[in-house]
Write a protein that binds this ligand. Structure first.
Ligand code: ATP
Length: 359
C-alpha cells in the first residue's frame, strides 16, 4: 500500500529534569529522556510509576512543575497541545462513534482548515497505510477494537506530525490482534521515520517493538537501553525482575564468585559486598541433568511443580528440596516432565543481576 509522504526526519525529543507534582505527590521525579529522530522508545514500568504522566506532559496535556521539554531543541513550555506537532493514540478507543471512518480521519485536517479535496486524499492515504481504506464509509461504532485502533493511528498520522505518542494502544485488544497490530505500528513508524514514544506495562511488548526501552520506577528512569541490553545486563535487580523472567536464588558471595547451592557463578557486580546475596538467574541459564548421572551428585534437587508448553519451548517450575524455593527452567520441547517428578538442575550461566540478600 502507498504510504504517507515521509515526514522527513522525525523530531528530536528531550525531557530534561522534568518534575510533575499533583498536590504533594510527585508523579515525575526529575525525569530525563532523549529520543533521537526516528527512534522508537518504549516507556515501560509498573502501574503508577508515571508513564502516562510523562507522555501527557510531553503532549502538553499536563503542565509540568519544573524542568523542560524540548522538541528539536525548542522549549515547548508555551506551545499549546495542537501546535506541538504530535500525533497521539490512547488505550480507550477515542473515535467519534457516529462519524464515519473517513470523517474521523479527516477531523484533524478540518481543524487545520485544509480544503476538502486535500483532506479526502490524505485521509484515504492514511487509511491505506493501516489497510482500512475499504472501510472508509463505515461508522466507527461498527468496527472491531483492532480496526478502531488502526483508524485512531491513521487519524494521529494524517496531519503528518513529527512525533507519535502511544499510550497503551494495544491493551484493550485480544492477544492475537495485539501482536499483529504492534508489528504493524512498528512497520509504519519505520516507514515514516516518526519519533515515537510508546507507553506500556507489558515487558514482552516493549522488548519486541522498541529500539530502546526506558524502564521507569517511581517517577524516574531506572535504566534505558536496547532490549538486548536490558535483558542481558539489567543495571538493577528491579530491572532484572521486571524485564523477562528471573529466578531469585540465595547464594554466598566471596572473592568475586557467588556460590548457589554448590554451583559457582561469576559475580557481575564488583560493588556488591561479600556475604549473603540474591542472584538473579534466567530460566534459560538452568538445565536439567540426568538424576542418575555422576553430574547429579553436585546438582540441585527438587520436584516438578508445573510445566507449560510454549510452542517452541517449554517452561517447567521446580520446587527445590531444601527450602521450597520455586525455580523456573526453560528447556526444549523434547524434554517432558510430569507434576511431582524428581529432577536435578545445574546452573549454566552467570546471574544477570545480584543484590544483598534480605536478612
Ligand atoms: P498506569 O500504568 O496504571 O496507567 P502510570 O505509570 O501511567 O500508571 P501515571 O498515570 O502517570 O502512572 O500516574 C503516576 C502517579 O501520579 C500515580 O501515583 C497517580 O496516582 C498520580 N496521578 C496521576 N494523575 C493524577 C491526577 N490527575 N491527580 C493526582 N494524582 C495523579
Amino acid at each position: 500500500a502507498p504510504i504517507l509522504e515521509r515526514v522527513g526526519e522525525g523530531a528530536t525529543v528531550e525531557l530534561i529534569d522534568v518534575v510533575k507534582e499533583y498536590g504533594t505527590s510527585r508523579a515525575l521525579n526529575s525525569l530525563s529522556l532523549t529520543l533521537q529522530p526516528g527512534e522508537f522508545v518504549a516507556l515501560l514500568g509498573p502501574s503508577g510509576c508515571g508513564k502516562t504522566t510523562a507522555l501527557r506532559s510531553l503532549a502538553g496535556l499536563e503542565q509540568i512543575t519544573s524542568g523542560s521539554i524540548r522538541i528539536d531543541g525548542g522549549d515547548v513550555a508555551t506551545v499549546p497541545v495542537n501546535r506541538r506537532d504530535i500525533g497521539m493514540v490512547f488505550q480507550q478507543y477515542s473515535l467519534f462513534p457516529h462519524m464515519t471512518v473517513q470523517q474521523n480521519v479527516e477531523f484533524g485536517l478540518q481543524m487545520r482548515k485544509v480544503d476538502a479535496a486535500t483532506r479526502r486524499r490524505r485521509a484515504i492515504e492514511a487509511l491505506e497505510m493501516v489497510s482500512l481504506d475499504h472501510l472508509a464509509a463505515r461508522y466507527a461504532h461498527q468496527l472491531s477494537g483492532g480496526q478502531q485502533q488502526r483508524v485512531a493511528l491513521a487519524r494521529a498520522l494524517v496531519t503528518r506530525p513529527r512525533v507519535l505518542l502511544l499510550d497503551e494502544p494495544l491493551s484493550a485488544l485480544d492477544a492475537k490482534v495485539r501482536v499483529q497490530l504492534r508489528e504493524e505500528i512498528r512497520r509504519i513508524q519505520t516507514e515514516l521515520g516518526i519519533t515515537t514514544l510508546f507507553v506500556t506495562h507489558d515487558q514482552e511488548e516493549a522488548l519486541a517493538v522498541a529500539d530502546r526501552v526506558a524502564v521507569m520506577r517511581a517517577g524516574e528512569i531506572e535504566q534505558i537501553g536496547t532490549p538486548e541490553e536490558l535483558y542481558l545486563t539489567p543495571a538493577t535487580s528491579f530491572v532484572a525482575d521486571f524485564v523477562g523472567v528471573s529466578n531469585r536464588m540465595r547464594g554466598t558471595l566471596s572473592g568475586g564468585t557467588i556460590t548457589v547451592r554448590g554451583a559457582k557463578l561469576p559475580s557481575i557486580d564488583p560493588t556488591l559486598p561479600d556475604g549473603e546475596v540474591l542472584a538473579y538467574v534466567r530460566p534459560e541459564d538452568i538445565v536439567f541433568v540426568e538424576p542418575t548421572s555422576p553430574e547429579a551428585a553436585t546438582a540441585i534437587h527438587g520436584t516438578v511443580a508445573s510445566t507449560s508448553f510454549l510452542g517452541s519451548l517449554r517452561r517447567t517450575t521446580v520446587r527445590l528440596t531444601d527450602d521450597d524455593t520455586i525455580v523456573s527452567v526453560q528447556h526444549s520441547v523434547e524434554q517432558q516432565f510430569l507434576f511431582g517428578d524428581t529432577v536435578a538442575l545445574r546452573l549454566t550461566g552467570r546471574p544477570v543481576a545480584s543484590a544483598p540478600a534480605p536478612a
